[in-house]
Each structure stands twice: as C-alpha cells, then as structure tokens.
Write a protein that binds this ligand. Structure first.
Ligand SMILES: Cc1cc2nc3c(=O)[nH]c(=O)nc-3n(C[C@H](O)[C@H](O)[C@H](O)COP(=O)(O)O)c2cc1C
Length: 325
C-alpha cells in the first residue's frame, strides 16, 4: 500500500454525547489540576483531561509516607488531598478555562450533600465537559464506602444526576467489591451516562527491617501494570453483562502503559482509555498511544475506532468477520 492510498483512521469517540478527538484521558489524581504536565505532554492531543478529585472542603490528605513503589506498580494513600471547592473555583478554574482539550472534573465526598453541592457547582461551569464521581470514599454517617454498596451507589448516582441535567455523569467503579457487575448495574440504574473502571485495589507493603507497613495509612491503592490484567477482566465483564445492553460507554483504566494495552481495553469493551501511573514514567504516554492506535488500525484496515469497541470474540460468540488484513 502506498502512502497516498493509506486511509487515515478515525479515532474520535462519542461518549454519551461527549465528543472527543481521541479516546485517551488522564486518570484522576495523576495529572494534577490543569497544566502541571504541559512541558512534558501535548495537552491539546489528549482526548480529555480529568482533574484530581475535588471535595467540598479542603483536605490535607494522609500523613506521609503516602506513596510507595512496588514491583510493577505503586501504592498510594494520598487521602484525597485537594484544595477544596472554593479554592478550586477561585484558583484552578481560570486555568482550566485555558485548557486545549475537554475537561472532566472528578468529585469526591463523604455524604450525599457533599457530592450534590460540589457536582452542582462544577457542572455549571462552561469549561467543564463532564463530571466523574469518585465513589471510593467512606460515608461519614455509617463508614460504608459508597462504591462498594450497590443500593447506596444507586441512590448517590440518582441524587447527583438530578443536579447535572445537561452534561454526562461518569461513575467511577471500585474494584474492591465481590461482584463489580452489581455496582455497575446500580450506577446505570441511578442514571450514570458513562462508567469508568477501575479505581485502585486495596493493598499493602511491609518494611521488613522496621516490621511496619511502608505506608503511614497501613494500606493504600495499588495501581500500574500489576493491575492491568485484572482491570481488563473487569472491563470485559462489565461490558458484556451491563454496559453493552444498557448502551452506556466505558472508560477503561488500570495499568495502561502502551498502545497495545489500550487496544486490549477497547476490544474488551472500553470506548475511552485513561492513563494514570504510566504518566509518572512517561507523561507523553497518551500521545504515544494515539500514534500506536492509528498505526494498528491502518495495519488491521479498521476505519473507525468505534468498530473495535467490544470486538473481542469469546468462545461461544457468533464469529465476526475476521478483521485481519
Ligand atoms: C497517586 C495517585 C492518586 C490518585 N488519586 C485519585 C483521585 O484523586 N481520584 C480518583 O478517582 N482516583 C485517583 N487515583 C486512581 C487513578 O485515577 C486510577 O483509577 C488508578 O490509578 C488506575 O489506573 P493506573 O493503573 O493507570 O494508575 C489515583 C491514583 C494514583 C496512582
């Protein structure tokens, strides 16, 4: 094939009305509030930028040590350190208005009121294309984590959906549950427009000389390549059992580092792919993933990325036309 007749694949995506030039995003908490990575990645080539979790009140987060490197990944127990809603609106939003790509604000809270007030305030901003809910937080009233209890998650999603009428609501699922399809279904029933998965896996590391946990918080969230195969499996399950039939797009994340990882998530059912821990190794990872996707689609003669979403064939599936060139 000559350069002149090589097709330019279409890698744009439409996530419940949220139109992105490509499927790549940052994972919340790994790319700062706005321009922190501007010197190291081309932000204009991101499908979307996802902010650090914002809470109604300022949070200093946990005591150090709150980050530990482990084999094939890292543990973090940052504890949702963030400037709080007021300073976010005063100091960070003017920056976000200048972002050269769509912006999604991630919101966390410890009560229904926390979430409803914070989402209500950020969704009204013109520079905000959508809101992602971090539901891996314990409720102040009963200590139960919102994202691990299907009934609670359904109620929370419905309450928040009420205050975000015109923009997509993304619910970010925790993997620390017995059956992720139950919480995925609850989020969809509550009105989630998009599901994102997964958040980090609860884990720990021990200093064998001090005989103490390496994190002051004792446990933290495991992320990075170590979790990729598990995250992929969870995306595939949620896609097949909940999202596909409900027509709710998935943003896949968990250990994505190379374009091949992104292709795997897309074949498993993700329409968008977010990069977190890999940004600490190479902030340009999302840009490189786009280049790899285009090459792969050209080689495989796939014109539209949407045609790859969920194209994984499992035993027992109706065979699809072989996508080989
Ligand atoms: C240092 C760090 C901070 C994080 N902070 C947040 C956060 O504030 N809100 C959130 O929803 N997820 C947070 N996460 C989870 C990531 O957004 C993502 O779900 C997870 O790390 C899996 O993706 P990865 O393996 O590509 O990092 C954080 C992850 C890391 C490593």
């Amino acid at each position: 094939m000559t350069a002149s007749n090589t097709i330019q694949p279409d890698i744009s995506v439409n996530l419940a009305g949220l139109k992105l030039a490509n499927p790549t995003m940052t994972c919340s908490g790994t790319g700062g509030y706005a321009f922190e990575y501007a010197d190291f990645m081309d932000l204009s080539k991101l499908g979307a930028f996802v902010t650090k979790s914002i809470t109604r009140e300022y949070r200093p987060g946990n005591e150090p040590s709150r980050i530990v490197e482990v084999r094939a990944g890292m543990l973090n127990a940052i504890g949702l350190a963030n400037v709080g809603l007021k300073r976010f609106l005063d100091e960070k939003v003017p920056e976000l208005k200048r972002m050269p790509c769509p912006v999604i604000v991630n919101v966390a809270g410890h009560s229904f009121d926390d979430y409803v007030e914070t989402v209500g305030a950020v969704q009204a901003l013109d520079c905000v294309a959508g809101v992602e809910l971090n539901v891996s937080c314990p409720n102040v009233k009963d200590g139960l984590t919102f994202g691990t209890h299907a009934g609670r998650l359904r109620e929370l999603t419905a309450a928040v959906k009420n205050v975000i009428p015109g923009k997509p609501l993304i619910v970010k699922l925790s993997p620390n549950v017995e059956d992720i399809t139950a919480t995925a279904r609850a989020a969809v029933e509550g009105g989630a427009d998009i599901l994102s998965l997964v958040n980090t896996f609860t884990a720990m590391a021990i200093d064998i000389y001090k005989r103490r946990p390496r994190l002051a918080n004792v446990t933290g969230g495991l992320s990075g390549p170590a979790i990729k195969p598990i995250a992929l499996h969870l995306v595939s399950r949620v896609y097949r059992n909940v999202a596909k039939s409900a027509n709710v797009p998935i943003i896949g994340m968990g250990g994505i580092q190379y374009w091949q990882d992104a292709v795997e998530f897309i074949l498993a059912g993700a329409s968008g792919v977010a990069v977190g821990t890999a940004l600490f190794v190479d902030p340009a990872t999302p840009n490189k993933i786009c280049e790899g996707l285009v090459d792969y689609m050209q080689k495989m003669k796939v014109q539209k990325l949407a045609d790859l979403v969920g194209a994984l064939e499992l035993p027992g599936d109706q065979p699809k036309a072989a996508p080989y060139p």
